[in-house]
Each structure stands twice: as C-alpha cells, then as structure tokens.
Design a protein around this ligand. Structure first.
Ligand SMILES: [Zn+2]
Length: 492
C-alpha cells in the first residue's frame, strides 16, 4: 500500500507556520468549570500545540477580581468558587506552575458596567446616559489604571514568591465595545458625547462646530451606518486614506444613500468630509486614552519589556472601538504605537506590516463573548435587572435570551486547525506580515453553558406585567436596550 501523502494545507498546521499560541481566559466563570490542566489540554487538542502563555482577566463584567484599597466597587461573584473566595493570586500561581506556561498577560475589559458613578458614564449624541464608563474621561482612565496596576503588582509578587519561571509579559485592553451605539427610527445614537468627549472634540477639531453636524438628521453617520430595525448595518471598509468620493460610492452601493433624498452630490461630499474628521478625532482620542491607562498602570516598574496590547474585532474601521487598523499600523501617524494588536483574521489581506499582531481565534474577537457575560451580570444584578432593556423579560424569557446569546457566542468559535492554517504568514515571510502568533480562546462547552444558565439566580424584575413594559423607559436604559440590538450588525 502506498504511504498516504501530506498536502500543503495540512503542512500549514505545523507549529513553525502557526507560531506561538496564547490561551485567553475572557471571564473568571470559565475557571469554575475548567482547571488550568484541562484548559491547556483542550488548547492542545484544538490547535495541535500547547499554549506558551496565558491571558487572565483583571476585571470581570460584574465586578473586580481582587479588592482594591480605597476603591469601593463590588467583587465579581465569579471570584468565588463553590462559595469560597478564589484568590486572584492563586489563579496566577496555578497557571504559573504549569510547565507549558512561560508568559502571563493581564486583560482588562474597560467598560466597567458595575460602576454606578454617573459622571463617568458614556452619553449618546442626544444626551442619554448608559451604564458603561467613558474611557475618554480622565478619571475613568485613572480608575482603570489603578485596578490594572494593582493586578500587575499582585501578579509580580506571587511570581516572585513562587520563584516561578513564568514572567509577566504585558497587559491587554479589550477594545471591542468602547463606544457602544444604538438606533431608533433611522436615528443613530453613537457614543460618547459626555463633557470630556465634547471638550476633546472642541479643542482638537478643525471646526469647532463639527459635533453640530451630527446633531441633525440625516447626518454624516447615515452615510455609513444604517438602522436595520434589528441592529445596525455598517460599512467598515474604511481604511486610512479612504476618500470622500469612495465613501459616497460605498454608501450608494449599500443603499444607504436613500435617506439623503434631495441632498446634492456636493453636499454629500461635504458630509463625507465631516465623517472622516469625526473618525480621525475619535481614533486619536481612543489611542491617547489607552496609552494614558498603560502609562499609569506601568509607571515606576522599570519593566520596559511589558507589552501594551489592544484587542480589536479585525476590520478596517471598527465603529465600536473607534480605531482604524491601518492607522494603528502607520509609522507616520505621529501618535504613540502599541506593541501588539490582537484581532480576528476576517480576511487574508488584513494584516499589519509594522506593528506586531496575533490572530485572535474567535469571530468578532470578544464582542459576542463579552455581550453574553454582560447579560449574565445584568440578569443577576437587581438594579440592572430593573433598569436596563432586560427589565421587560420574564425570568423564563430571560433564560431563553441568555441561552440564545450563549449559543451565538459559542458558534463563532474559530478553534480549529483549519482556521489556523488560513492565518496570514508569520513575521519574516515574503509578504511583510508581522504576525507573531495566535490567541486561542477558552469558553464553556454547550453542556456547561446550558447548565450554568438554568441554575443562574436571576434577580426579580418589578417591571414585567403581562410581558409588557409597565413603566416609561427611563433615559438611562435606552442605550442598554439598544446595545442588545446593535450586536446583530451586518454579518461579515
Ligand atoms: Zn465620553
């Protein structure tokens, strides 16, 4: 019998082509179901190699992972394993004691929806607030850096105490939903326009009236975003250098222009110009905010090797992150660079040529995963349960909704050798791609997810009467209601 041959695609799954793999644990709940040993074994089964590093959450959707002195915020209920407080440092030590693990990263999901201080919250263009914090606000940046900084100190202390061979390698900020957006009757409600954001736009914009161009209808956003009733459709093919005419062309092709009815071509071009100004300013504002978080969290450590990493969805212009991928990769941009960018490889030509990157093996990166965990946090929180969009759901409907969310997230996994072989080439290849590896993501199995949702204690809602909302929707819950909807953006 002839020996079976090996084909090109099969060869591409070899470690020398896929690069170094990191294991990301997006939420502490996962650690209640799977031990470090099990997670490492699962990773190896999916990707053919063991992870060389692990990414641990320094914040959960429902609270802190460790007490922070002088910061009165709740601890995540998932820091407790079977009723016992599971110390963050124990988790670090558990992973650091694994032979395969050489590096540890801390990740931050910076929307902090458990923070109830209104002054820090995002505000949409018509002035309605939401429960997530605005990273454009300097106080928010300082709060996030403090929490991250304390996590770094705890990690360094335990690694030293255990004389661990694993090293802290950096911090990752999850940027997939920094600027949530909603829509009603074709009216788009983007964030954030809190006092800090308005101040930034006023100071940095070429025309002080830029924001006013968006306080009307239709406005420049309508060129590229569309209320589809069940979500926001968008154009994301907007790399650095895209022109006004190209934007109008894309908008016409997508059927987004209809809303502008009698607007002349000249006026449309002008609208596209305002749109570009807005995108550029939001990008710069976001980059500076992220760096200010890293600066404060890393200060006085004298560890220049600690990497500043951002996690994005993996499109040219990510509306809810406010960031333009090509701009992050451009050496001539004149604003500070990140050390690595992590994103989901949505197309084979989407890769960076200057800044190092890793492919994040989950479609839309953490967007759907975060949304699921956020809804879990909201369902269990008596205040959120009554003041956000989920108030109108009965307990049974809410469990169904959570399950739908869970399966939606689970089905976007890209944990397979087939996905690995399709990644852009590693650094040093002929195309100039700067990929240094990939990130495999830990999540619950279907059975675990179902079991968890069925037994989750859901807070009572005083709102549901016969399945209808029995009170006026307050201003603060509108965005939360629409946040649910904005997830079914165009599938890519
Ligand atoms: Zn703001």
């Amino acid at each position: 019998m002839p020996t079976p041959r090996t084909f090109k695609y099969q060869e591409l799954t070899a470690p020398k082509y896929v690069g170094e793999g990191l294991l990301d644990i997006p939420h502490p709940l996962i650690l209640r179901y799977k031990s470090p040993e099990e997670l490492i074994a699962e990773f190896e089964k999916n990707f053919g190699v063991k992870p060389t590093g692990v990414v641990l959450p320094a914040i959960a959707t429902d609270g802190l992972m460790y007490p922070c002195e002088k910061i009165e915020l709740p601890l995540s209920r998932y820091t407790y394993a079977t009723g016992k407080f599971q110390d963050f440092q124990t988790t670090v030590a558990d992973f650091a004691s694994q032979e395969a693990i050489k590096t540890i990263y801390l990740s931050i999901e910076p929307t902090l929806q458990f923070v109830t201080t209104d002054a820090l919250h995002v505000v949409d263009i018509v002035g309605d607030g939401s429960s997530q914090v605005c990273i454009g606000n300097q106080r928010t940046q300082e709060l996030i850096s403090t929490i991250l900084g304390i996590g770094i100190d705890k990690t360094l202390a335990i690694l030293e105490e255990k004389k661990s061979q694993a090293k802290l390698a950096g911090a990752v900020i999850d940027c997939v939903d920094l600027w949530p957006q909603g829509a009603r009757n074709d009216r788009l409600e983007l964030t954030c326009f809190c006092e800090s954001c308005l101040q930034y736009f006023k100071e940095e914009s070429r025309s002080p009236e830029l924001i006013d161009k968006f306080r009307t209808f239709p406005n420049p956003w309508n060129l590229v975003l569309k209320d589809r009733g069940d979500g926001i459709g968008y154009i994301d093919d907007l790399p650095k250098g895209v022109t006004e005419t190209q934007i109008i062309g894309l908008s016409r092709q997508k059927g987004f222009l209809e809303i502008f009815k009698e607007t002349s071509e000249q006026e449309l071009i002008q609208q596209a110009g305002f749109l570009l100004d807005y995108m550029q300013l939001r990008h710069n504002q976001t980059v500076l905010a992220l760096h200010s978080i890293f600066d404060e969290a890393f200060k006085d450590l004298e560890k220049p090797e600690l990497k500043r990493i951002v996690l994005l969805e993996g499109i040219h212009y990510d509306w809810t992150s406010g960031l333009q991928l090509t701009r992050l990769d451009d050496p001539d941009e004149g604003i500070p660079k990140f050390d690595e960018i992590w994103f989901n490889p949505t197309s084979s030509d989407l890769y960076t040529r200057n800044v190092q990157f890793r492919s994040y093996m989950w479609r839309r990166s953490r967007y759907l995963i975060d949304a699921f965990f956020q809804e879990i946090a909201n369902a269990a929180d008596p205040v959120k349960r009554n003041t956000t969009g989920i108030a109108r759901f009965s307990e049974e409907d809410l469990r169904k909704q959570l399950l739908k969310r869970f399966l939606g997230a689970l089905n976007t996994s890209a944990s397979s050798l087939t996905s690995l072989a399709a990644l852009p080439e590693l650094q040093g290849g002929t195309k100039g791609s700067q990929r240094v590896g990939f990130v495999g993501v830990a999540f619950l199995s279907e059975e675990q997810g179902r079991q968890f949702i069925n037994t989750l204690p859901i807070a009572e809602s005083g709102v549901v009467t016969g399945g209808r909302l029995s009170r006026e929707r307050g201003p603060s819950d509108l965005l939360d209601l629409f946040r649910q909807l904005s997830e079914s953006k165009d599938s890519k």
